[in-house]
Design a protein around this ligand. Sequence first.
Ligand code: EGV
Length: 370
Amino acid sequence: MTGPRDFPNLTELELAAIASGINVADGHARYDPTPAQRKIIEQLPDLFAQAAEASPVGLDRDAQAAYLSAVGQHTAGSAAEVLTCYSSSVAMEIFARALAAAGLRRVALIHPTFDNIPDILKGLGMSLVPLDESSVFDQPAGPPPGADVVFITTPNNPTGRTLGEQQLAHWARRCAERGVVLALDTSFRGFDRRAQFDHYAVLAGSGCRYVVIEDTGKLWPTLDLKVGFLVFRRDEPLALRRIYTDILLGVSPLILALVRALADDAGEGGFADLHRLIGANRSIVRSGLPRLSFPDPDSRVSVERIDLGTRVTGTRVAQALRQRGVHALPCRQFHWADPASGERYLRLALGRPGHLVARATQMISDYLAS
Ligand code: EGV
């Protein structure tokens, strides 16, 4: 039997979930495509032919513009440089390498957050200081003394907490005053309209240095055909472009054409459909577990935490559920600076067909009652 210690990170748990059973572990989109999405998928041979003919530069520009405008980032195209990557983790790796090359090593990072963010940063020699969510969102502080970078995931994973416009302006101003780089991971913004005000207008207005990682990877059921965008001020001194071209010539034009089509659909009602699906799945979880509490009442992202209290740990519950064929994530590793504080939570993925979320919820309910 596999125990929690056999999983060095959350992604290893997610891989075990893909191998068998009911998978509400990873945050990737595994719901049934909507009719509009199905139509796009049926056009894949045509998209392939178009991608083979068209200018890769134009396809890249169109995919970027379609995505950024679907999520309200209207000034990104004029104010910033955008580099298209195979995933947000690839963008993250390039960003961290650029920080290391510049000797910027002290990163104040939101806590909790998905563990591959601290792991990639640590892997490139960064030293991390935790920024509690309360000091990011409730009483926005400033960069801790000595910090070179402030890194905020917004909406955050797994809590769904999101920077409002005033809060972003506050952080941008405080970073500008101190010459600190403000880094944002906005992979979940497609789920939450409150995260779709024009961040680049606020960032440009403050004059701060910024790097933003945008992502299509959580949104559409495309079998992981997706892109991450690395976005930064045109005069940013970090060697982002140089390190990008060390790693990539570019992403496949087929993926760019697909992203463009899905982003256009998202802007024309696709996001509304997605928000309805996630909202319905969130209600299935909440109403199916009436005796539990949900620590993120305001969350709109495609994951939901449940609070198990202090009598059982998330690690134990996740392990027992795994033995029954249901895979969810224990939250210990999200709390990268204080793993014990994540033990009371379990995270369920909502980007799934409703019947699968219902089945997982029922099995969790049965297990907790037993
Ligand atoms: C989530 C998977 C990586 C990550 C999943 C995720 N792991 N990239 N090493 O994409 O919330 O489940 O972010």
